[in-house]
Design a protein around this ligand. Structure first.
Ligand code: EPZ
Length: 416
């Protein structure tokens, strides 16, 4: 089991280029099969989730070459519409292929993605959107099957601004006859990045970033090239690390607007943060005070993916910090692990109260999900002595060379 050792107490200093965004490149890789042709994606992070997506593309019949942070996908020979359970299991976001394969092949069959560490995570909104476009949906032996001779443009209203359902609807609507309008759509920056890629591919699409998205046609182009946006959650992670450890860190290729709620929260805790057009610099003494309550919401609200990271930064902050997790029903799994370091955290349902403590002491901890795992590493960076974080494979799903990046800023962290 991959394990990291962390020795706390080091201030962080230096410059770090932020990786490309996992939650942007995954739906874009699925979109690359629309209309065939070749897609060149640059600034792609090197992550285990990306490898899982490459396996799915190759299974479907694509030629895929990966070198450093560049992926080239030739989807002319896509010939399958079924994703085996073994590939679906590797990555929950493989559900993104549902809309893309339906649009490309007129049929898709894949196993219903189970829940994950964060909660039940149903796909009812995804299926409702595809049904609205005219797809017939059936379920056999744990597999979802969607078929449509011809998808028809329609008004899709999402009951909740789900990121995944918005993306699946955008992908399927590219093959629909007539205009599709998605209302109450998710507004995350990754949706805008997907729109930009779809335009490169030949889609007539507008409105991403707002709650109303319009798709009015698709004339496939033979070649599309796209640079993946910077990862706002990875940037938030390094910002929280620098805030709680203390120090002076510059994050290069970080777009402040994309994670401004995290920046304003850290400023309210006493950090000095400067935002440039494509960089963010933080100076912190490491002695923080509790800030405004952290209430997770769909974008532009506080991102649920940064909740555990911010909690790590609050463990030694003077006063009591309040967290309300509105998006996922089971996203406090890092709390019992943080308590093993001596953190003072009380939870009641979706609310957590963190009372800052003077000291934390290193301990063995288990990572149970991607962001929770990264938060345990951040907590180890401010604990006395050695912390061992087990099962760090979760972290490799979303962070490129996490241990190396932190040690380049002066952290004492090693993979064993
Ligand atoms: C995306 O997941 C991200 N993943 C998640 O990041 C992120 O936490 C989430 O959006 C919210 O911001 C990717 O982009 C690959 P949702 P997604 O559909 O699309 C409920 C990370 O750490 N819901 O917006 O699965 C659902 O159960 C990951 O990088 C339904 O009820 O999120 C959840 O409570 C973790 N029915 C809420 O909506 C549906 O059909 C938000 O889910 C769909 C969703």
């Amino acid at each position: 089991m991959p394990t990291w050792t962390v020795h706390g107490g080091k201030k962080l200093k230096g410059k770090l280029k932020i990786q490309g965004a996992k939650n942007a490149v995954l739906p874009i890789m699925a979109a690359s099969i629309l209309g065939g042709g070749t897609s060149r994606l640059v600034n792609c992070p090197q992550l285990s989730d990306i490898n899982a997506s490459v396996d799915i593309l190759r299974h479907l019949g694509c030629k895929v070459s990966c070198r450093d942070n560049e992926i080239i996908i030739d989807s002319d020979n896509v010939c399958k519409c079924h994703i085996p359970h073994t590939l679906m299991l590797k990555m929950r976001s493989s559900v993104m292929y549902m809309g893309a394969i339906l649009a490309r092949m007129g049929e898709v069959r894949l196993s219903r993605p189970g829940g994950c560490e964060l909660g039940s995570r149903p796909i009812d909104l995804h299926l409702k959107a595809l049904k609205t476009l005219g797809a017939e949906i059936s379920e056999e032996r744990g597999e979802v099957c969607c078929r449509a001779k011809q998808l028809r443009g329609a008004h899709i209203h999402l009951d909740f601004p789900s990121v995944g359902a918005t993306e699946n609807a955008m992908l399927a609507a590219c093959a629909a006859e007539g205009e599709t309008v998605i209302t109450n759509a998710a507004c995350e920056p990754e949706i805008v990045d997907l729109q930009n890629f779809l335009r490169c591919k030949g889609a007539q699409i507008s409105g991403a970033g707002s709650s109303v998205i319009r798709i009015s046609g698709f004339r496939p182009r033979k070649f599309a090239c796209h640079r993946i946006m910077a990862d706002r959650i990875a940037a938030s992670t390094y910002l929280c690390a620098a805030a709680s450890c203390g120090g002076d860190v510059l994050l290069d290729d970080a777009i402040a607007n994309y994670f401004y709620t995290v920046i304003t929260s850290l400023r309210s805790m006493g950090c000095d943060i400067i935002c440039g057009s494509n960089y963010v610099r933080i100076k912190s003494s490491g002695r923080l005070k509790a800030g405004r309550p952290i209430v997770t919401k769909p974008y532009p609200g506080f991102p649920t993916d940064s909740q555990s990271l911010m909690m790590a930064a609050c463990l030694k902050a003077e006063g009591t910090s309040v967290f309300v997790e509105n998006i996922f029903e089971n996203r406090f799994r890092h709390v019992p692990e943080m308590r093993r370091l001596g953190a003072d955290i009380r939870t009641e349902g979706r609310v957590a109260m963190v009372s800052g403590v003077e000291r934390l002491s290193g301990a063995p901890l288990n990572a149970s999900d991607l962001r929770g795992g990264a938060a345990l590493v951040l907590a180890g960076l401010i604990a006395d002595g050695e912390t061992c974080v087990y099962d760090t494979g979760h972290i490799d799903r979303g962070y490129e060379n996490f241990a190396y990046a932190l040690s380049s800023l002066g952290a004492d962290i090693k993979r064993i």
